[in-house]
Structure formats: C-alpha cells, structure tokens
Design a protein around this ligand. Sequence first.
Ligand SMILES: Nc1ncnc2c1ncn2[C@@H]1O[C@H](COP(=O)(O)OP(=O)(O)O)[C@@H](O)[C@H]1O
Ligand SMILES: [Mg+2]
Length: 400
Amino acid sequence: MTAHITSISISGLRTLEQFKLDLGGLTVLIGENGSGKSSVIEAFELLRRLTNNEFTSNYNHIHGGDGLLLRQGSQEIRLLVELSQLGSWQATYEVWFSKVGVRYEAIRVCAEDSTWIRPVNRSLNELEVFSLSGDSGFRELISAYESAINQRASGHPDQIVRDVIDAIRHIDVHLPFDTLAHWAAKSQGSRVPPMRDSVTIAPAPKLDRFGSNLPCVYHQLQNESSREQWDYTMELVRMGLGEWVESVNTRSDPGGGRIALSVKPRHTDTQIPAASLSDGQLAYLAFVALTQLPTERSVLCFDEIELHLHPKMLSQVLYLLEVVAEKVPVVVTTHSRRLLDLLSNPASSVAILDFDSQRWRTELRRFDAEALSAWLKDYEGLGKILDAGYQESFLSEPAS
Ligand SMILES: Nc1ncnc2c1ncn2[C@@H]1O[C@H](COP(=O)(O)OP(=O)(O)O)[C@@H](O)[C@H]1O
Ligand SMILES: [Mg+2]
C-alpha cells in the first residue's frame, strides 16, 4: 500500500512562507482570490515532478521557474512533507530548489533512533546515512539503524527510501475537468476535449488530468471490475445524473482501436454521445471515474472542485470524495458556500487561507470546533454562517 502524506510545509512559494497544512481525511481549503489555495495545489504537483529526472526543466518550462513561483525576496522554494505508512514507519521528505536545480534533498525516517537517510545526487543507489546527534561511527549507525527498522518496519532502509519516493510519485493532482463544448472548441480552432471525443484504447491505472482518458477508465471499470462493482458504479452515476440513466457505454470506432463515451437512457434505443452531454454531466462522470477506479495514491488534490456543478450534483461529488477520504488524504479548494454547508465535519475539514497584505503572506486559520458547533445550532451550515459574516467569532488565531 502507498504511504500517505500527512502534512505539507511550504516556504518561498509566492505568498506561502512558513506555511504548514496538516492533512487527514478531507481537507477543504477556502479563502479569497489570491489567498494562495492554488499555490498549495501547485506545490503538490512540484513534489510529484521531483521524482522525475526532468525536474529542473519542468520547473523552469512548465511551472515558469523562479519568475512565476519564487516569493519575492526568497532564494529558493522549500517543501517538506510528512509521510506515514500505517503501523510501519513515519518519514519526512524535504527538498530545497530554485531555477538552478535541487540544492538539498533529504529523507528522514523515524525509527527508534534519530537517523537521516539522504539520497545523494538525486540517486537512490548511493545512500548517505548519518546521525543528527552524530558522534557514533558511520558503520555502527547503519547497523543500529537497520536493526531498529527490522524490528519495527521489517524493511531495509533502502526499501523505505524507495517507498517514500514512491509515495511522492503517487501524489495525484487534479484541476477542473476539461469539458469545453464541442462547438466552443471548434470555433476557436482548438481540439475537442478528449473526454468528449474518441481516444485510443490504453490501460488506465488512473484518471489522467483534465479527464483526458475518461473513455479508457470507463472501459476498464466495466471490463475489469466485478459485476457488483460495476452495478454500484452505475448507481453512483444515477445518483448524480438521474434515474433515467440505464448505463454508461464505451463505443468503439468503426475503424477500431479507439473508444468514445456515451450514456444510454432507459426506454430509448439511442445513446447520448459524450460530445453532447452537458459540462456538469460530463464532469460528474469524471468524478465517479476518479473515485471508483482503484488508483495508488498518497494524497488526492483537486483545485476548484465546484466548477460546472449544480449544487445538487456538488453534494453527490462531496459524498464521493468523503468516501475516498476515509482511505487516503484528500485536499480540495472551493469557493462554494453550498459545499461548506454540506460538510460532515466542517471544523476539522476546513482551513481558511487569509492573505495578509502587510506581511505579504498567507496565514492559515482553522475553526474552533466548540465555538463553531454552537453557531451551527442556529445556522444551516458553515457556508451560511460565513455568508452572514460571522467567521471571526469562531476562527482560531493564525497558526504561524
Ligand atoms: N513572486 C511572487 N511573490 C509573492 N507573491 C506572489 C508572487 N507571484 C504571485 N504572487 C501572489 O500569489 C498569490 C497567488 O494566488 P493563488 O495561489 O493563485 O491563490 P488562489 O488560488 O487562492 O486564488 C496572489 O495573491 C499573487 O498576487
Ligand atoms: Mg486558485
């Protein structure tokens, strides 16, 4: 099983300076425009890219390098995540980088002694092991460390380092699904989103960003899950789209090799091609795929979860995510008050990002659970309370 990420600390990234976010279950980030929510999501994406050899090039050419990311006045971006493999080990992964590359990278595994394992030169083959307290001999340390690990984690340090890297690689970051209407794409000369089009059949271990392999994911769900699981998936689809849905189908092109998605209504012989579904219907199908496909993940992140969704559909999506969050940490950002009204545990889920323009930095605030629950007796939900302007009454002081 993939280890989970239990917190992220960020500094030097735009407004994020000495910023720490604890994760567990569902975390909902809210805050005004420019408060730093998307930057937190981008930090997760940067972490994921660190496991690939092209990191420095990706940092500069995809993420815009220091010019778009680095906080004014900072020399580098520093990220640290805490990870946990349930019942086995806890670790931190820390990395410092800028446009010239990674300057420092360390993995600390918490066993019985306090020992660092550091991949040198970004190569996992060479491990440098040293102690923080540090005066015992190098060899001694390794064997002390290994026996501690063997007792507690039944794994070689090498293996734990690999597991940490594997968890970082399995950070899953999503932005709103690309549901752009067929005509809108055509009229600006761009490609019709793959969700609406036919795509080459390929294995689908995960739903790709923007839902670009959605037909493949449904194909796989239909062909590789049990009958019961597939029926359940169709129930979830009906929960969002309505009882009129008989099933979701993947039709092959006459030429073969490519498939497209369609929805079959009950009581008719026609199919509705994905190309003519509404944005919200298509996005909902993608949320079902995202949450029902068994995907290895250390955390699931989703920026602006509510885009395209009617409040009723949004509540179904929240249900899908709360179920996933029982197994793996989920982080979403939203501006939807409706979603906040619907949360099962608003005090523990919601984190408010507040941009302090004097200090030019994001402050993280949480709710005082007791004070909030007193307020909730008089209001329908957290969203309503925030709309009425009472948030100061039950917000804790900024964490930093
Ligand atoms: N180089 C920089 N240094 C400091 N702050 C920056 C820099 N570049 C952009 N910003 C600020 O960072 C914030 C980015 O916000 P973002 O993460 O997109 O917020 P949200 O998703 O909450 O709307 C904006 O407030 C922007 O003004
Ligand atoms: Mg944003």
